[in-house]
Write a protein that binds this ligand. Structure first.
Ligand code: SF4
Length: 381
């Protein structure tokens, strides 16, 4: 018999007609990967996610044209919509009438409108949320932590994430806004576990959105996510989940199906043992893609990278494959080799250094050259 799941202590928040937190069921969510302005493709993906049972569907909005598209999508769907603002906090009042929740990333506020304080920017988002009765997610991501926090905790990347989230919660509290939740995402399951544990210790009242970011392709992406969820949810940590998988657009419903099956297993005490050597060798992390992908070949590229690198499976090397310039440059920094996609070129990095930008038809060859060099330097093979 497995130990009973600890009750969650978070307060309840509202996302449209859905309640998150406390003893409410853990909500399962996903994000569209299509270009938001491609209405047919985005509508189709919303339908796929709804059919799979998504409780919340997140959409990326980066421009006024995206807001126009969102307006049309809103009119055609009753789903709970969340919008991801990333670098565009100023769009908050424009998107607010059409969504139920806004996600902002504290790490994407510092470099915009430098004359406006971060507190004022948060106040601006809160104002839009308040006027339209929305929820907010403070979404901290390992690859884009506010540099002030990185400087404060140079040897503890987890603490920089946790403290950044805690300070943004404090701002919400100061503004008297309580309808918010937090996420602390990393591509490394163990860091997701530690960050969420620490945060839940500090702020047991704040609902948590769990996810392993850039988990990659199935089955590895599913295993990485399962490792984190199996550790956290039985401890009463986690009020909503997202499984991030790099899959073709038509298969996006898999994120919801996998999320539901992990929750069902945890609830029924079925814990999957993870192979002992899992992640001891080659680790490919890849973003789940979204409207910001700058070239439609991204998912194929991620799959090609995985096939091409099979020969290197036994080496402990991390390769990151990211879909755009928003998170690509930062979230490849910790990988041994990183690729992030631009409209016509793929940027190749070795650690934090750029190797160059290469055409989609040359990148695999260049990646192989760098991988071979790395294996030779590190393992003498
Ligand atoms: Fe979207 Fe870019 Fe993040 Fe990939 S890296 S999920 S394309 S924002």
């Amino acid at each position: 018999m497995s130990a009973p799941i600890k009750p969650r202590t978070t307060r309840k928040i509202r996302v449209g007609t859905l309640t998150l937190g406390g003893d409410s069921p853990i909500a399962v969510q996903s994000m569209t990967a299509t270009r938001t302005q491609d209405l047919d493709a985005t509508r189709r993906q919303i339908e796929i996610l709804e059919k799979a049972g998504a409780d919340i569907i997140r959409i990326a909005v980066d421009s006024k044209e995206d807001v126009e598209a969102l307006k049309i999508l809103r009119a055609g769907s009753k789903a709970m919509f969340s919008v991801d603002l990333q670098e565009n906090y100023r769009l908050a009042p424009l998107v607010a009438p059409y969504v139920n929740k806004i996600r902002y990333n504290p790490g994407h506020l510092w470099h915009l409108d430098k004359e406006t304080s971060i507190r004022d920017k948060v106040a601006f988002i809160v104002q839009a949320a308040r006027e339209h009765d929305l929820a907010i997610r403070i979404g901290v991501n390992c690859g884009s932590v506010d540099p002030d926090y990185k400087a404060r905790y140079p040897d503890d990347s987890i603490e920089s994430m946790v403290q950044s989230a805690a300070d943004h919660c404090q701002m919400m509290d100061d503004f008297g806004f309580t309808n918010y939740c937090v996420s602390l995402k990393d591509s490394d399951s163990s860091k997701v576990i530690e960050a969420n544990r620490r945060f839940a210790g500090l702020r047991p009242d704040v609902p948590l959105h769990l996810g392993v970011t850039e988990a990659g392709m199935p089955p590895e992406g599913i295993i990485k996510t399962r490792i984190a969820f199996e550790q956290l949810i039985p401890q009463g940590i986690g009020d909503t989940i997202r499984v991030s998988l790099t899959v073709p657009d038509d298969d996006k419903g898999e994120e919801i199906e996998v999320g539901r099956s992990i929750l069902d297993d945890i609830e029924n005490g079925r814990f999957r043992s993870v192979p002992e050597n899992f992640l001891e060798g080659l680790n490919i992390i890849a973003c789940p893609s979204c409207s910001r992908v700058e070239n439609g070949k991204f998912v194929d590229l991620a799959q090609d990278v995985r096939r091409m690198t099979e020969y290197a499976e036994k080496y402990k090397i991390t390769i990151a494959v990211m879909g755009c310039r928003v998170n690509g440059p930062g979230e490849t920094d910790d990988a041994d080799l990183g690729l992030w996609c631009g409209p016509a070129h793929v940027n190749l990095k070795k650690g934090t250094e750029s190797v160059g930008a290469f055409g989609y038809d040359e990148i695999l060859g260049r990646l192989k050259e760098e991988l071979d060099k790395l294996i030779a330097d590190r393992y003498g093979a």
